[in-house]
Ligand binder design. Structure first.
Ligand code: G6P
Length: 610
């Protein structure tokens, strides 16, 4: 939700900020803006639309000045128009601020400021904070203290960067609830919402902590809490390479990420899976091993695609480890006063590690005494830091807004976690070995599916113009049906629903006619025959059937209009393989419909507001 970049150093700030913003556009692309401090004036350019749109109307590279901030917005308060775009300034146009988050008490502060004669140009909560800082500066005469005092009164979440003409050698950054990272270069500093905007300049970073602020000059930086306590910052190294956040010859990040899956899946089990022992070593969980052994219940909490992975996890853990599992939308979990017992394990699954609802859910669980684990992709993210222990996905940076490789990596980790728990209890070594061998074979099988992408594209074309699509699956494949439908609606804007195949009879069947494509995930397992019966029910109503089926299945041709075959594997692993053609179907349909695949409308990759 909103990308922020700030720069102070010897270089011209604007081009550097713009290239950083482009790397953060996955966080929001409703508007873009930059503010550069040059001597005693602020140069601001901002407008609705993407960074490239702003570049088309202004030559941003021509702006002089070595201190500045930039912002790419995902609108919360106020329309995505030019006026609401960041940066926002105080009433003297001397202080400029970019903000990611929500100032919840902005109306109260706004009223107070209006009563004191201050005015507002935008409808945003962010401008209120900028004007508030300006007002405080007038009496305090010190930018750092003015920012700190304002933030002590603010409720809600923020990642902010502030610059001003009062001191062209000073940049202030602060966070609560929204991530901010400080890149520490040679006499230069870059503040950004994500390391992706920093790595081109330096690999050395400081992750700002909750309620921490940094005062950055051209010589160095200091940190403290917003409540004015001293803090100690640790400089860490960024854990990925620059090439990983570039398209590498692919037309879209999403396609690149789909094609990365043989490698990213392998990275999820490399050094962990012990095929000979039929077991897994998960170093990140060693300190909670005893608590895992005595766990009586597991609650998995997540949002979006990660929630779908959690559903597969529920089936896996219950089946292999015989521990009851509940899967909760993080946004619901937090607000319904959940019952948590001291020996419950709560697992947060998150690609970004920054999703506000998931973060709030784990805080609630921790407060109630649960052991909280994370399955997170982004190293050093808030969820990774706030959990008691965890396992990283190691999928590398995922830039496409629609999650693909992170989903299969989540399944990779969940399968290993279930195997690990199962072996701790009563899963026999032989069963463990069979599953571990199956996991090890997955990367090659993903490659075989990717080799069929031309055929998948052809099938995609047959329903690229459909207004609605139904996705059906049973057992382990039910969450995959949900995920297939989500992928399609996210990037192609086709209305799509996922259902357990047998539930179709209780409602969705009313929608089926010759215009309704129905994607069935009909891989060979113990409920295959039941799924075939469900397909027959759709055919009887002249629905068009696209089936994801197992290699060697000839029966399916009799009932499906189109068949995509995936290599055979164990039922528990089949969701991983079945999700690949569904990603490709959604991708090719979205491209055919001329949609912006990597930046679908209204969405953002990292949802840091509740
Ligand atoms: C957003 C993204 C989804 C993602 C969800 C959860 O909605 O667009 O792709 O699945 O957030 O994000 P997380 O980073 O917690 O997995």
């Amino acid at each position: 939700m909103c990308g922020i970049v700030g720069y102070i150093g010897p270089q011209t700030a604007s081009p550097l900020i713009v290239s950083g913003l482009k790397r953060l556009e996955y966080r929001g692309y409703d508007s873009a803006g930059v503010c550069i401090v040059d001597g005693d004036s602020l140069t601001i350019h901002k407008q609705a639309g993407k960074v490239a749109d702003l570049e088309r109307v202004v030559d941003l590279s021509a702006i002089r000045g070595t201190l500045g901030v930039g912002h790419t917005r995902w609108a919360t308060h106020g329309l995505p128009n030019d006026v609401n775009a960041h940066p926002h300034t105080d009433n003297d146009d001397a202080i400029a601020m970019v903000h990611n988050g929500i100032i919840e008490n902005y109306l109260t502060i706004k009223k107070k400021l209006e009563n004191a004669g201050y005015t507002f140009r935008s409808e945003t909560d962010s401008e209120v904070l900028a004007v508030f800082i300006g007002m405080l500066y007038k009496t305090i005469g010190d930018l750092e203290r003015a920012v700190q005092t304002a933030l002590q009164e603010v409720e809600g979440t923020f990642g902010i960067v502030v610059v001003s003409t009062h001191d062209p050698n000073l940049m202030i950054a602060a966070r609560r609830g929204s991530p901010l990272i400080l890149g520490v270069g040679q006499d230069e500093f870059v503040v950004a919402s994500d390391a992706a905007a920093i790595i081109a300049h330096t690999r050395q970073v400081v992750y700002l902590q909750e309620n921490e602020m940094a005062t950055i000059t051209r010589q160095g930086f200091t940190t403290k809490t917003i409540a004015n306590e001293a803090t100690h910052s640790v400089v860490e190294e960024i854990a990925f390479e620059l090439e990983e956040i570039e398209k590498g010859g692919f037309e879209h990040f999403m396609l690149k990420e789909i094609y990365e899956q043989p490698v990213t899946f392998h990275d999820g089990f490399r050094g962990r899976l012990r095929v000979d022992e039929g077991n897994v070593r998960l170093g990140g969980l060693s300190k909670v091993q005893d608590r895992l052994r005595s766990a009586q219940r597991i609650i998995i909490t997540a949002c979006g695609t990660s929630w779908h992975a959690a559903l597969v996890g529920e089936y896996l853990i219950e089946n292999l480890a015989r521990i009851p599992v509940e899967v909760e939308y993080a946004s619901e979990f937090r607000y319904r006063n959940p019952i948590i017992y001291p020996n419950d394990i709560v697992i947060a699954i998150s690609q970004s590690g920054e999703t506000a609802d998931t973060l709030a859910a784990i805080r609630e669980a921790k407060m109630k005494g649960a052991t909280v684990l994370g399955m997170v992709n982004v190293v050093g993210s808030s969820i990774a830091r706030e959990t008691d222990a965890g396992v990283y996905l190691h999928a590398g940076p995922e830039i496409g807004v629609a999650s693909t490789k992170a989903f299969t990596s989540q399944l990779c980790i969940l399968t290993q976690f279930a195997l690990f728990l199962g072996r701790m209890r009563d899963l026999p070594a032989e069963a463990g070995r069979t599953l571990a061998q199956g996991i090890a074979e997955i990367p090659d099988k993903i490659r075989q599916i990717l080799d069929q992408s031309d055929a998948i594209k052809e099938i995609a074309m047959t329903f690229a113009q459909a207004p609605n699509v139904l996705y059906l699956g049973r057992g382990y494949q039910f969450p995959v049906a949900l995920e297939g439908a989500l992928k399609l609606k996210e990037i192609s804007y086709i209305h799509a629903e996922g259902y357990p195949a047998a539930e179709m009879k209780h409602g969705p069947i009313a929608l089926i006619d010759e215009n309704m494509p129905v994607v069935f995930i009909a891989t060979k397992d113990e409920i295959y025959d039941k799924v075939i019966s469900n397909i027959e029910e759709v055919r009887a109503r002249r629905g068009r059937v696209i089936a994801i089926a197992s290699e060697g299945d000839t029966q399916i041709d009799r009932v499906a209009d189109h068949v995509i075959r995936i290599p055979e594997t164990q039922a528990m692993l089949a969701p991983i393989l079945a999700s690949i053609p569904l990603q490709l179907l959604a991708y090719y349909i979205a491209v055919e419909r001329g949609c912006n695949v990597d930046m679908p409308r209204n969405l953002a990759k990292s949802v840091t507001v509740e």
